[in-house]
Design a protein around this ligand. Structure first.
Ligand SMILES: *[C@@H]1O[C@H](CO)[C@@H](O)[C@H](O)[C@H]1NC(C)=O
Ligand SMILES: *[C@@H]1O[C@H](CO)[C@@H](O)[C@H](O)[C@H]1NC(C)=O
Ligand SMILES: *[C@@H]1O[C@H](CO)[C@@H](O)[C@H](O)[C@H]1NC(C)=O
Ligand SMILES: *[C@@H]1O[C@H](CO)[C@@H](O)[C@H](O)[C@H]1NC(C)=O
Ligand SMILES: *[C@@H]1O[C@H](CO)[C@@H](O)[C@H](O)[C@H]1NC(C)=O
Ligand SMILES: *[C@@H]1O[C@H](CO)[C@@H](O)[C@H](O)[C@H]1NC(C)=O
Ligand SMILES: *[C@@H]1O[C@H](CO)[C@@H](O)[C@H](O)[C@H]1NC(C)=O
Length: 563
């Protein structure tokens, strides 16, 4: 498939404004509708952008029907990345170069300050070509009208190019080198090799394919939505996409693997003269490597927020429910809370943290006094609107002796989390939170840690922290096809010297969890039957046989204005 999946909205009123729909749909009818996440009618994010202080989100949308097709670029704007206002779609199929589809792409701010969009079009022969569009009125901060370039398609497969014409899509944001040439990459596939094909241009219109791709990996399958950007080695500030490589700058390449539906990234060195990116030693782009998120999160894209000097990551989050359920509820898919992103002190991975603006939705704060959670105990966090909350806790460990020894065969964290779910007692852990939990704990999603003694482990720590999100008890609904898989990751954190923290953003049917201050993220979708709205609870728990100390805060979160 493409960077263009479509989840269906049957509820026509929802298409025209959630505010209106919400006024007659009781929450009883829509228990899983989120309240502070961006949920486009039919989703797919294309291109985030900031222009004249206004954030823009463009996404794929089918205005005509409940099946895939008629794809247009829909458009919403925001001044805080939290509250959103809809506009009319900006790009429709209309010309030979996009008559069979206007698929994903990216926005770039040109040197003159003029925004440009490169997007994939499908021509009458269903070849994938790259097209250009510009805003009509540059004085309009909402950029409501766009015009397609008369030079389209600006990049297309030719016989000589050896480009696979049915696997050539999702142009990245472009960047400019010191030689004043623009560069862009487009995802592709040759045999089983995933490719980021590299093109250069002086004028953004006449593009020349480089001899070699920016990067490619054998066996990866199709690369969708490639994202390539610089990160500062010495600070958390974001860098403009055109910032050159140098002593203080590293580069990140993210690809979305069509075969696994996961987003992987590597950190490495960019040689602009050769048009080549080389991942650092040990940085690989597959299941042995790094992911932005170890739960549901795909087709993400980042942009440089020039006003707040940060790099912001947007990811798309699929449902875990069946297609029948999605049709019944009338919508499907949403955007994760935008995350600020920077490089970790180790320079071996990225750190992600929800944008500060989300904290504006916090209302009541509930302080959790420092409490000892004895082995086998559960402690309710009282006074929070548990279905719509922001919870931040830290766990203090004074005695590591009871940590279980890691069996050398336990190399896959997801399998380990599945085998040792939240209900399996241990030594140091499992401890964490039970969220979207029912009063009697018939339902809960457990986000938790386990600590193992790990001699000679590759992270060189004496102890290894496993972070899990266990959905197996998330709903009494046992319908076949409902995805309750458990997610897991080893957290690159030394619990002897670093604080073990957990933050979860809970929004009715989504739980976004950040371990170790954003060293690892897990996003889960769950559909409880009992733990809904006011009937949802949050608990802290410890099913290990060693005590841990917990403290932190929880906040009620208001509903954002998202239309
Ligand atoms: C362009 O946008 C500005 C700001 O919204 C508006 O005042 C002006 O009328 C627009 N120009 C045209 C030709 O539509
Ligand atoms: C071209 O892409 C298609 C998918 O659209 C794939 O099935 C085919 O194997 C690719 N061809 C080559 C030569 O890689
Ligand atoms: C396009 O760019 C290439 C490489 O810079 C150049 O050789 C060619 O003349 C240009 N073509 C046009 C039509 O401008
Ligand atoms: C840190 O890196 C940035 C580029 O990312 C550079 O501009 C700045 O001078 C560096 N600061 C120090 C103190 O090295
Ligand atoms: C990931 O890629 C590396 C290097 O290309 C390879 O050695 C390793 O076997 C791959 N792992 C998986 C799980 O595919
Ligand atoms: C979305 O989730 C459903 C249900 O878990 C799954 O069947 C489907 O493959 C997923 N699609 C993508 C693009 O991740
Ligand atoms: C604590 O749990 C671990 C792991 O289940 C077990 O091996 C150990 O015997 C337990 N210790 C005590 C004192 O119960």
């Amino acid at each position: 498939m493409t960077c263009s999946f479509f989840w269906l909205y049957c509820f026509v009123p929802l298409l025209f404004g959630y505010g209106f729909a919400a006024s007659f749909l009781s929450t009883h009818d829509q228990p899983y509708r989120t309240r502070f996440h961006f949920q486009p009618p039919r989703n797919w994010m294309n291109a985030p952008l900031i222009y004249k202080g206004v954030y823009h989100l463009f996404y794929q949308y089918n205005p005509k029907g409940v099946t895939w097709g008629n794809i247009v670029w829909a458009h919403s704007t925001s001044t805080d990345l939290v509250n959103w206002k809809p506009h009319s779609p900006i790009i429709h199929p209309s010309r030979p170069f996009d008559i069979n589809g206007c698929w994903s792409g990216s926005a770039t701010i040109l040197a003159t300050g003029r925004p440009a969009i490169l997007y994939t079009g499908l021509d009458p022969r269903n070849r994938q070509v790259q097209n250009l569009a510009f805003p009509v009125n540059l004085s309009d901060p909402y950029l409501t009208e766009w015009a397609k370039s008369p030079h389209n398609p600006v990049i297309f497969p030719t016989l000589a190019s050896h480009i696979n014409e049915t696997a050539f899509r999702d142009p990245s944001t472009a960047w400019m080198g010191p030689d004043k040439q623009w560069r862009v990459v487009v995802g592709s596939l040759r045999n089983q090799r995933g490719l980021a094909l590299h093109f250069t241009s002086r004028d953004f219109m006449n593009w020349t394919q480089s001899k070699n791709p920016l990067h490619s990996v054998e066996g990866n399958g199709m690369w969708e939505c490639p994202d390539f950007f610089p990160v500062s080695k010495n600070s958390t500030i974001g860098l403009d996409t055109s910032t050159p490589s140098g002593q203080n700058v590293k580069h990140v390449l993210k690809v979305s693997l069509d075969d696994t539906k996961k987003d992987y990234y590597t950190i490495g060195r960019y040689n602009i003269a050769e048009g080549k990116y080389v991942p650092d030693k040990g940085s690989v782009q597959n299941d042995s490597g790094l992911r932005y998120d170890y739960g549901k999160f795909y087709a993400s894209k980042s942009f440089f927020d020039s006003e707040k000097k940060r790099r912001v990551l947007w990811g798309w989050v699929n449902e875990s429910s069946t297609e029948t359920d999605n049709k019944r509820k009338g919508w499907s898919g949403l955007q994760a809370i935008p995350r600020t992103l920077w490089i970790d002190k180790s320079r071996k991975q990225l750190i992600q943290w929800p944008i500060r603006e989300i904290e504006k939705l916090r209302t009541k704060k509930v302080k959790l006094p420092s409490t000892v959670l004895k082995g086998g105990s559960v402690h309710e966090i009282i006074g929070v609107t548990a279905a719509q909350a922001d919870v931040q806790v830290t766990f203090g460990i004074s005695d590591f002796q009871k940590a279980q020894v890691l069996d050398p065969s336990w190399t896959d964290p997801q399998i380990l989390c599945r085998k040792k779910g939240a209900s399996v007692e241990g030594g140091l852990g499992p401890f964490g939170l039970l969220v979207l939990a029912s009063k009697g704990l018939q339902e809960y999603t457990a986000v938790f840690f386990r600590i193992f003694k790990a001699h000679n482990h590759k992270y060189n720590n004496k102890y290894l922290v496993l972070m899990c999100s266990d959905q197996s008890r998330s709903s009494l609904n046992n319908e076949k096809g409902l995805d309750k898989i458990t997610y897991g990751v080893f957290l690159k954190l030394d619990p002897l010297h670093e604080t073990l923290a957990l933050r979860s953003l809970i929004d009715h049917s989504i739980i976004e969890s950040f371990g170790g201050g954003g060293k690892a993220c897990i996003t889960a979708r769950v559909y409880p039957l009992l733990a809904v709205d006011a009937d949802a609870c949050i608990y802290a728990f410890n099913y290990g046989n060693e005590s841990v100390q917990i403290k932190g805060n929880a906040w009620n979160l208001r509903t954002a204005m998202i239309k």
